[in-house]
Design a protein around this ligand. Structure first.
Ligand SMILES: O=C(O)c1cc(C(=O)O)c2c(n1)C(=O)C(=O)c1cc(C(=O)O)[nH]c1-2
Length: 255
């Protein structure tokens, strides 16, 4: 057992501890992720994933704007604002949110419905809102540490994209274009966040807080896939108010 009064970890030890948290808790290990990348979901189940994940995507620049406002120097803000640009885009470049809408278009969901936020699972909403509130309420160090799941995302994105393209005839490379730039962006962002955390966690207590923030964020991602699994795979108990297969399906007759 480790405690908050244990000695300070070296940078290498803290990094190894963070990587161990990812190796045992990241959403790449979730059964829903396995089904998704192995082509074992129906089109409707993939639609449920795309619809719910839009809520995560659309809140990423919101949480980054909260962090931005808490950063005390021009250099740090300049670094962090790139994250907001990546998602919100600009006059000349499509951002991640727009590309996610291309993804939900691609799987046949009505875009007004997707953007309205209607039909998303309560589990999705609670998990994503908890992430936004975490970066607002905790220390800046914890807020930055909670983005460290991105250390592990390039790998899962590669496996997921290759798997989906290979297994689903309704998925094209254009539909998944959102993921093209993410591994490079995620590496840049997580390298920066990791260095920040290694440098600023200068007591054992802060190092433990960084690890706890990463565990929390793994739970934010895991809980979203739990909600999808429970509601649309097994036992497939779709809650009242949640999207149902066939609803908002741009590929079929509107009802
Ligand atoms: O596809 C994925 O598995 C995945 C994971 C994560 C992550 O680990 O939080 C992010 C993303 N994608 C992503 O696209 C993204 O923009 C993103 C931002 C953040 C963050 O916490 O700031 N995580 C993630």
């Amino acid at each position: 057992m480790t405690g908050r009064t244990d000695p300070l970890l070296s940078h290498a030890e803290l990094e190894a501890a963070l990587r161990e948290i990812g190796a045992t808790r990241y959403h790449s290990l979730h059964p829903f992720q396995t089904l998704l990348q192995e082509g074992r979901l129906t089109r409707a189940q993939v639609q449920a994933w795309a619809l719910n994940r839009y809520y995560y995507q659309s809140n990423i620049p919101v949480k980054d704007a909260i962090i931005l406002a808490r950063l005390g120097t021009v250099e740090l803000r300049r670094e962090w604002r790139q994250r907001i640009l990546d998602h919100d885009g600009s006059e000349t470049e499509r951002g991640g949110i727009e590309k996610w809408i291309a993804l939900t278009d691609g799987v046949g969901l009505d875009r007004d419905y997707v953007m309205s936020g209607k039909g998303i699972l309560a589990g999705t909403r609670f998990a994503v809102d908890a992430y936004v509130h975490f970066v607002r309420d905790r220390t800046l160090l914890e807020a930055i540490a909670s983005s460290l799941t991105e250390l592990f995302s390039p790998n899962v994105i590669g496996v997921r994209t290759r798997g989906m393209l290979a297994h689903y005839d309704f998925i094209s490379a254009e539909t998944l274009a959102y993921f093209d730039k993410r591994p490079v962006q995620a590496k840049r962002d997580s390298d920066f966040a990791l260095n920040y955390c290694l440098e600023h966690a200068d007591t054992r207590e802060k190092q433990e807080a960084v690890m706890d923030a990463l565990r929390f964020k793994c739970q934010v991602l895991w809980a979203q896939l739990d909600a999808l699994y429970f509601s649309y795979v097994e036992p497939a108990l779709t809650p009242p108010d949640a999207w149902r297969p066939g609803e908002a399906d741009a590929g079929r007759e509107a009802r």
